[in-house]
Ligand binder design. Sequence first.
Ligand code: HPA
Ligand SMILES: [Zn+2]
Length: 332
Amino acid sequence: MSLSSIINNIPKAELHLHIEGSLTPELMWRLAKKHSVTLPYANVEEIEAAYNFEDLQSFLDLYYAGAGVLRDEEDFFTLMWEYLSRCFDDNIVHTEIMFDPQTHTERGISFDVFMAGFLRAMTKAKEEYGISSYLIMSFLRHLSEDDAFKTLEEAKPYYEHITAVGLDSSELGHPPSKFERVFKHAKSLGFKIVAHAGEEGPASYIWEAIELLDVDRIDHGVRCQEDDALMAHLKEKQIPLTVCPLSNLKLCVIDDMKEHNIIELLNAGLLVTVNSDDPTYFGGFLNDNFNALHQSLNLDEHTVRTLAANSFKASFLPENVKADFIDKVFNA
Ligand code: HPA
Ligand SMILES: [Zn+2]
């Protein structure tokens, strides 16, 4: 079997995916028409052509603008349903999905609207595809900690549907320490904790996420290699890194996929996983990320299976469920 078929056929989990970053240009166009929103593009091709980024911020500007077409429950349902259908195609059997409530509440769209749409699609995907999915509520780090506290409070009726709390958006200048109190509170409520750190920001932000936010996983984390003591700590504690290769390339964190350090991190004993981040903006879903790594770094079959097994190991699934999937990864 070719490596690409193995990539397709083995069961996988995705742990770093922003649902707003799975909005296809076609859906953006359709919803803009539906709600009479004027986009700065003449057609779908122009939307696609605009996806050339020089850094994280240049992407985030388009990403937040694009999310502006999401207005009613049906829109959020369709967004989630299209992503979960794509998971089915890629043989993703479990996914832990980030959503940015403040992107919507700031526009006057309440939790009741987007949560109803998300949860309806997630239930349907479980029934029709057998895909399990968890939600990670992410705070926007360019906003204040008070705003994050307010968001955590607004989410109260939905706590049972939210597994973890995360931190995303513009990293530089917004270190994890800015959110120490709200994450302490979220942890006391029983949420798992994740945070983007070490994507554009320095290794010290990864330390802060570990020491001040008490994270269960680091999102990205690829700059950990700049600090030997941090590498040793990540290895010893097996704190997972949810790495996103095509995202790193598109946002110029690396200049060439051949430079990607994911395999070096794996070989150094770190628990790394492969993820798509914002697939419709970065040019590929999960299997595309595996294939891009394979093309540039020449992965072997054992490495692919190890990365897929890591996706379950690093997930928030119950231990017995993880073990069953890991078994399947090595026998599929
Ligand atoms: O890669 C990312 N980094 C930070 N914030 C984000 N929000 C969506 N994607 C990202
Ligand atoms: Zn991300």
